[in-house]
Design a binder for this molecule. Sequence first.
Ligand SMILES: Cc1cc2nc3c(=O)[nH]c(=O)nc-3n(C[C@H](O)[C@H](O)[C@H](O)COP(=O)(O)OP(=O)(O)OC[C@H]3O[C@@H](n4cnc5c(N)ncnc54)[C@H](O)[C@@H]3O)c2cc1C
Ligand code: FES
Length: 251
Amino acid sequence: MKYDAQAFELISNKEIANGIFDWTVKNKSLSSIAQPGQFAHIAVPGKTLRRPISICDTDGENLRLVFQVKGQGTEIMSQLKEGASVDIIAPLGNGFKIEKGKKYCFIGGGIGVPPMLYAAKAACKPLVITGFRSKDFVILQDDFKSIGADLVLATDDGSTGIHGFVTDVLKERINEVDEICACGPFPMLRAVAQAAKENNKPCQVSLEERMGCGVGACLVCACKVKRANGEEEYLHVCKNGPVFNAEEVVF
Ligand SMILES: Cc1cc2nc3c(=O)[nH]c(=O)nc-3n(C[C@H](O)[C@H](O)[C@H](O)COP(=O)(O)OP(=O)(O)OC[C@H]3O[C@@H](n4cnc5c(N)ncnc54)[C@H](O)[C@@H]3O)c2cc1C
Ligand code: FES
């Protein structure tokens, strides 16, 4: 497979919460083929390595990318002006597999919430559980409401929504759903996978690893998986994932 970097025009760049930015970038040919759970690999001016950001949404012409400023790369990205040309390879990776007729629960923790929007749009009346540290970091609630999701908001400190973790809500409502998809911090994914296993529900998790090339060529993003026959092997988060069957991930 050939991976081409293409120019996307930055149509809009808004700060939607403390240090969290919402980009709309335009490129019709690539936006129209993006699948839920795939990611965009973004060239940052002055930096050698691209930065991976999940596809939050697409309308077939534009990609929406929501990111939190963590280090120098995302800081530079946050300061780019509307009208800028951004060099992006997308869509990359294997995303969520959403089957018709199944009742899904989508769980996002913190900056793991954005990819759940496009995934939730692909399902019918999903349960969506979003968790944040506090009210200052809450994002995308109106977007989930606008697609008709049964939306739950939880915060670690109780400053808004339910006081508690997304897994507390999942455990109460797990019998309502057929399958779970999750993206967020590793301990959250481990707890979600455990709850899914105890309740015999299939579960897909989107993993985050430091990345170099983003296309399976440099081995930076290796993650350990366990096959059904018990054998363990290393796969690439960028190419084989970022979405994996939770049963296979060695947490
Ligand atoms: C598949 C995937 C999807 C992601 N989706 C999102 C998203 O939707 N929104 C969002 O805010 N963040 C997302 N991230 C995390 C995001 O890529 C990092 O926060 C970002 O690369 C940090 O870059 P930096 O230059 O600001 O930080 P620095 O720490 O200065 O980065 C230095 C280097 O480490 C890499 N790096 C640092 N942290 C991470 C990380 N957590 N994951 C991968 N590479 C990292 C950078 O790419 C860079 O090469 C995603 C990561 C992956 C792997
Ligand atoms: S980032 Fe290079 S192999 Fe995955």
